[in-house]
Write a protein that binds this ligand. Structure first.
Ligand code: AMP
Ligand code: MG
Length: 312
């Protein structure tokens, strides 16, 4: 039993970029160092998710949270009232936020939570880095509330499964965003809406699609570059920047992975799109990406980024 619950070893594994499943009061989380893009990419790969949705960064206290994002007075009030606990707050990323852009799915916002399970808190303190931790189940399976559930499906994908017994809450955290347009409830979960409204002193808009975790593709906002994208391009045309996959060659300085590694490609996807976009180029041609493993999620994201925009 002892090796399973060696918090020091689990923290070390996370810091080395490995995946560690651990209990929270909501459900078991599939943890990875949020500041390590490749570790975050391995989370999507382990879950077999066909698309990248933004993940929640877990931290041991509000001070660590305030270092990652810009919290308004109202967001701080909710943090004070409900942390540690089953409430995730979506706020603008701080400019120097160390969390991988992949964890934010390329958005300039970040979801943050302080869980209340003592083992989760011990692990987060020992790791001393923000940890992404979506539910530790393969995509499409129900969320795990015991260590056994996790072992059944993900045992060979993780370095370690910490066993903290059955999760008390058993449903995911409530997600509330504080972006330009005021507070919005994005997902129903372990912290009831009326309690949140009591603290705020007013009702909040609900933009949740369902009480259950959303299906891939349901996310309302997603990252799109200013430049137009042309996909499956073997080479750039005049006036296009080129985002390659594989060794760098005559088509410019950007490749998702020089070695053709899909984990590295996923980790660098949003960062490179931002970087190329910031040059002000009007069109980006993107190399064909193999459609297996993480390639499916990469292609899903590229397709959406390439979709025609509303004229307004
Ligand atoms: P999970 O990590 O599986 O518990 O799910 C994370 C939830 O938080 C999903 O419902 C996401 O859509 C939501 N979420 C995380 N980050 C953001 C963000 N930056 N903007 C909007 N929703 C977010
Ligand atoms: Mg889930």
């Amino acid at each position: 039993m002892v090796p399973h619950n060696d918090i020091g070893a689990a923290a070390q594994a996370l810091r080395e970029g490995k995946l560690v499943a651990f209990p929270t009061e909501t459900v078991y989380g599939l943890g990875a160092d949020a500041t390590n893009g490749e570790a975050v990419a391995r989370v999507y790969a382990a879950k077999g998710r066909p698309s990248f949705n933004p993940l929640i960064a877990h931290v041991p206290d509000a001070t660590a949270a305030f270092a990652l994002g810009d919290f308004s007075a109202e967001a701080k009030a909710l943090a004070k009232a409900f942390w540690p606990g089953p409430l995730s707050l979506v706020v603008p990323r701080k400019e120097n936020c160390p969390v991988s852009l992949l964890a934010s799915a390329g958005l300039d916002s970040i979801a943050i939570r302080v869980p209340s399970h003592p083992m989760a808190l011990d692990l987060l303190k020992a790791t001393a880095r923000p940890v992404v931790a979506p539910s530790a189940n393969p995509s499409g399976k129900i969320s795990p509330t015991t260590a056994d559930h996790v072992r059944r499906h993900l045992k060979d994908k993780v370095a370690m499964v910490l066993d903290g017994g059955r999760c008390k809450v058993g449903v995911e955290s409530t997600v509330v965003s504080f972006l330009e347009d005021g507070p919005k409830l994005l997902r129903h979960g372990g912290t009831p809406r009326p309690e949140i409204e009591k603290v705020l002193g007013h009702a909040i808009a609900v933009e949740a699609h369902s009480a259950r975790p959303h299906a891939p593709g349901q996310l309302l906002s997603h990252y799109a570059p200013h430049a137009e994208l042309r996909l499956n391009a073997e080479a750039p045309r005049a006036g296009e920047a080129y985002l390659g996959f594989g060794p760098l060659h005559a088509h410019g300085p950007w490749t998702l992975s020089a070695t053709g590694d899909l984990v590295e490609a996923a980790a660098s996807l949003f960062g490179l799109l931002h970087e190329i976009d910031s040059t002000g180029v009007a069109r980006i041609a993107v190399a064909p990406i193999p459609h297996h493993g993480l390639g499916e999620a990469i292609n899903d994201r590229l397709l959406r980024a390439a979709a025609p925009r509303d004229a307004t």
